[in-house]
Design a protein around this ligand. Structure first.
Ligand SMILES: Nc1ncnc2[nH]cnc12
Ligand SMILES: [Zn+2]
Length: 332
């Protein structure tokens, strides 16, 4: 039995495995520029975030109907359950679908079909987080939030993703203010490739409660002191950082140093179909590479539940935390 954990940084479109991509392509009559799944997998060699995003957006063309989004989410939840995930906060990128003529309603209804039965079918509680694409305009983000209005009872929060450098958080001040006014929680990718100043700006200008990645935080001691003092969680994605060449090797990942600095770190899979592992695979990889002992792993699992948006269900959070405390590593 794997260590119980929450996954807080997971792009549902990044869980599209080659097998499902080909199945949906056939079903929807979409041509893929790869002969088979093996050839597609060979394309998973990235130089940086942008080179990954190019493939990520291109492969999404196979997702067209509610059934497709339901199948995508159900496949993720099935895998996540086997990885010890008890709670998942799932990102989706509506603008990437709307731009292809797939309405946001198709996306949300499809995802919701899988999420609404996730507890009974997979033993996983879920939240949905709508991400704005930061390389699109602020106006487009506002229109997206407007388009999401009929579905807000299913959406817990907003996030910010896609190409980071050159698209600082402040560009999205207005849409984050509107999201806050609608009672939505706020997170943002920051400090993945971009500088630590983007993390500070996401806190100051967007009012984020959690930072996605925050990999470069250690470069700014004042920022670290603030993140520690305010207990702002970071959703780190170590396998992603290596695959997108933000760092050279997993052994050089700052996760251990960040934990030593008192930061509230969590470990997540980001886009597991592309980066070589789901979340428990990631736990195992960092455990080996950074020589983390069992209590460090337990701390990461505990942090994942502390950082989760479970304020409306504190009893559930307490139950998950008790599962972590009681976990016996000998049953792994
Ligand atoms: N790691 C990542 N960074 C930014 N945007 C993303 N979209 C999907 N994965 C992403
Ligand atoms: Zn991400």
């Amino acid at each position: 039995m794997p260590l119980p954990k929450a996954e807080l940084h997971l792009h549902i479109e990044g869980t599209l495995e080659p097998e499902l991509a080909f199945e949906l392509a056939a079903r929807n009559g979409v041509e893929l520029p790869y002969a088979d799944t093996e050839e597609l997998r060979k394309a998973y060699l990235f130089d940086d975030l942008q080179s990954f995003l190019n493939l990520y957006y291109s492969l999404m063309r196979v997702l067209r109907t509610e059934d497709d989004f339901a199948a995508l989410a159900d496949a993720y939840l099935t895998r996540a359950a086997a990885q010890g995930v008890r709670h998942a906060e799932i990102f989706f990128d509506p603008q990437a679908h709307i731009a292809r003529g797939v309405p946001i309603g198709t996306v949300v209804e499809g995802l919701w079909r899988a999420l609404s039965t996730s507890e009974e079918r997979h033993g996983i509680s879920t939240r949905l987080i709508l991400c704005f694409l930061r390389d699109e305009s602020a106006e487009s983000a506002l229109l997206t939030l407007e388009a999401a209005r009929p579905y807000l009872d299913r959406i817990t929060g907003v996030g910010l993703d896609s190409a980071e450098v050159g698209h600082p958080p402040a560009k999205f001040r207005e849409v984050y203010e509107a999201a806050a006014a609608l009672g939505l929680r706020r997170v943002a990718h920051a400090g993945e490739e971009g500088p630590p100043a983007y993390i500070t700006e996401a806190l100051d200008v967007l009012g984020v409660e959690r930072v996605d990645h925050g990999l470069r935080a250690l470069e700014d001691p004042d920022l670290v002191a603030r993140l520690v003092r305010d207990r702002i969680p970071l959703t780190l994605c170590p396998l992603s950082n290596v695959r997108l060449r933000a760092i050279d090797t997993l052994e050089e990942h700052p996760l251990r140093a960040m934990m030593d600095a008192g930061l509230l770190c969590t470990v997540n899979s980001d886009d597991p179909a592309y980066f070589g592992g789901y979340v428990d695979d990631t736990f195992h990889a960092v455990r080996e590479a950074l020589e983390l002992d069992r209590e460090r792993l337990r701390e990461l699992a505990r942090n994942s539940f502390l950082a989760a948006f479970l304020e409306d269900e504190e009893g559930r959070r307490a139950g998950y935390l008790a599962e972590v405390s009681a976990y016996d590593f000998n049953t792994e």
